[in-house]
Design a binder for this molecule. Structure first.
Ligand code: FE2
Ligand code: FE2
Length: 465
C-alpha cells in the first residue's frame, strides 16, 4: 500500500513510470475541476470523512477531519485472485484477461467512459446542496458521497490511462470537460443531466441512481478483464454508503411526514406531503431504469459472450454460465399493443440486470412503508411500473400509466402532473430547504437518523464551519 505517494495506490504505480507520469499530469486538472465544480462554499472547511487506506474488508477506512481538496483520492483495487478465470460466456474457464482483448477495445473503452462520466456528473449535480443541508450529519454525508464519486472517477481514469493508450488519455481529459446539464457539452447519460438541487432529489438520486451504479459495477465486477473486475469490486464497498444515505434519508423524510400527518396538514406544518415524495420516486426510479439500456440488446449479448460483463452475482447465483440455450420472455409494444416475445437470453441481459435492480428497490419501499406503519399512517408508497416514463428501450416513445397500461399521449400529458413533480412541487420542496448548521439540530421536514456515523452521536460536529 503506497499511501503517501502523490497518488495513493495499491497497484505499484511507482514501478510504472510512464503511467505514473500520465496520472500525475492529470492530477492538477482533476483538482482544478474539483475546485470549480465540486461542493460550492465548503472547500476550506474541515469535514469528518472516511478515506480509503486499505482494501481489506475490515478497517479499510480511516476517519478524520479533512479539507475536501486535500482528500487522498487514490487508486485501489481488490487483491488479485490466484489463477483467476473468465467466469462466463464463450471463453468460460480460460485464464482471465490481463490486457484488453483487441476486438473489444472500443466497446470496453465505451463502457468505462460511460461509467466514469457518471462520477463527476453527480458531484456537479449536487454541488449547491451544502448550502441548504438539513443538519451537519447530512452535510457530512453529502461530502462523503462527493469525494468518493471523485475517487471513482480516479478508478476509471486509472483503467483508461493504464490500458487504452492515447485514446484512453484523451477520454480521461474529456471526463473533466463535460458538464452536467450543459447543453453544449452534456454528460453522457440523461439521469446525470437532471438537476439535483434539493435534498429530496438528493436522497432519491442516491437511492435510485446510485443503486443503478451498484448493479452496473456488480456486472463489471464479474468481468474476465481482471483489472476492471478488481477496480469495480472495491468501488462497490464505497457505493454501499451512498445508497445508505438515500435509503435512510428518504426513510427519515417519510417518518417526519407521517409524524406531521398526525398533527394536521403537512404543508401548513412545513413538511413534505407523501404525494410529493411519491412523485420524486416516480421520477428518479424511471430515469434510473433507463440507465440499464435497451430491453433487447446485441451489445449485452456480445459483452457476455466475450466474458466482459456478467450477470448480477454471476459466479454465486448461476450454474450455467454460458446462457446460450435459454430464452427470456419479455413484453414489447407492437402495432400499438403490448405483446410478449421470446428473446435469446443473452440478448435480454440488460433486462435481467434491471429486474435484479427492481427487486432491490422494492426492499427500500418496504422499509419506508414500515416506517409509515410505525408512525400510524395508513398510506403507502410504491414503485411505478417499469414501463412508466421511459426514455430508452422498447417503451420509449410510448406512454404508460403508473400501472404500466399503454395510454395515449394526450392522456399522459393530462395526468402527468399527478405522477411526476411539477414546477410547483419542486418550488414547494425548495421553499423548505433552509440550512441548519447548528450541531445537533435538524430541519423540520426530516427526522434525525437512528444513529450517527462510526459510533459518533448525531450531535457531533461532523463539519467545522
Ligand atoms: Fe460512484
Ligand atoms: Fe455513488
Amino acid at each position: 500500500m503506497n499511501l503517501y505517494d502523490r497518488i495513493p495506490n495499491n497497484v505499484n504505480l511507482s514501478e510504472d513510470k510512464k503511467l505514473q507520469r500520465a496520472l500525475e499530469k492529470w492530477l492538477p486538472n482533476y483538482l482544478d475541476w474539483w475546485r470549480e465544480m465540486g461542493p460550492e462554499g465548503f472547500q476550506e472547511k474541515d469535514v469528518w470523512l472516511r478515506t480509503a487506506v486499505d482494501v481489506g474488508s475490515e478497517g479499510w477506512a480511516h476517519f478524520d477531519y479533512v479539507k475536501m481538496p486535500d482528500y487522498r483520492w487514490g487508486i485501489f483495487l481488490e487483491p488479485p485472485q490466484p489463477d483467476a478465470r473468465v467466469g462466463f460466456g464463450d471463453n468460460y474457464g480460460r485464464p482471465a484477461y490481463q490486457e484488453v482483448p483487441g476486438e473489444f477495445r472500443n466497446a470496453l473503452r465505451r463502457i468505462i467512459v460511460t461509467q466514469g462520466d457518471t462520477e463527476p456528473a453527480s458531484v456537479e449535480q449536487q454541488r449547491q446542496l451544502g448550502k441548504t443541508c438539513p443538519s451537519l450529519y447530512d452535510l457530512r454525508n453529502l461530502f462523503q458521497v462527493n469525494v468518493e464519486e471523485g475517487r471513482h472517477l480516479w478508478a476509471m481514469v486509472y483503467l483508461l490511462h493504464g490500458y487504452f493508450g492515447r485514446d484512453g488519455r484523451d477520454e480521461a481529459d474529456e471526463l473533466l470537460e463535460r458538464r452536467s446539464g450543459n447543453p453544449d457539452k452534456p454528460r453522457i447519460l440523461e439521469a446525470f443531466n437532471q438537476p439535483c438541487d434539493d435534498w429530496l432529489n438528493f436522497f432519491a438520486f442516491t437511492m435510485f441512481t446510485d443503486r443503478d451504479g451498484k448493479y452496473q459495477l456488480s456486472a463489471l465486477a464479474e468481468s474476465g478483464f481482471e483489472p476492471l473486475a478488481r477496480t469495480c469490486q472495491f468501488m462497490l464497498t464505497e457505493e454501499a454508503h451512498h445508497m445508505f444515505v438515500g435509503d435512510t434519508g428518504l426513510g427519515r423524510v417519510c417518518r417526519r411526514t407521517a409524524q406531521l400527518m398526525k398533527e394536521g396538514d403537512v404543508r401548513e406544518l412545513g413538511g413534505i406531503p407523501l404525494e410529493i415524495i411519491q412523485k420524486y420516486i416516480n421520477f428518479w426510479f424511471s430515469y434510473s431504469l433507463d440507465l440499464f439500456g435497451g430491453e433487447i440488446s446485441s451489445n449485452s449479448a456480445d459483452f457476455f459472450a466475450a466474458g466482459l460483463k456478467g450477470r448480477y452475482k454471476e459466479r454465486d447465483q448461476y450454474t450455467d454460465h454460458s446462457a446460450t440455450n435459454e430464452n427470456f420472455t419479455m413484453t414489447i409494444v407492437e402495432d400499438g399493443q403490448l405483446k410478449t416475445r421470446e428473446v435469446p437470453l443473452r440478448n435480454a441481459l440488460n433486462e435481467v440486470l434491471r429486474g435484479e435492480y427492481v427487486k432491490d428497490c422494492e426492499k427500500g419501499l418496504a422499509r419506508w412503508n414500515k416506517v409509515l406503519a410505525e408512525e400510524g399512517a395508513s398510506e403507502r408508497l410504491y414503485l411505478p411500473h417499469p414501463r412508466f416514463h421511459r426514455h430508452v428501450g422498447e417503451f420509449a416513445g410510448h406512454t404508460f400509466d403508473l400501472q404500466g397500461n399503454l395510454i395515449s399521449r394526450e392522456e399522459f400529458e393530462s395526468r402527468k402532473s399527478e405522477w411526476l413533480p411539477t414546477i410547483e412541487d419542486r418550488e414547494y420542496v425548495r421553499s423548505l430547504m433552509h440550512p441548519v448548521f447548528e450541531v445537533g439540530k435538524i430541519a423540520n421536514w426530516i427526522a434525525p437518523p437512528a444513529a450517527g456515523i462510526k459510533g459518533k452521536p448525531f450531535d457531533y460536529e461532523y463539519v467545522r464551519l
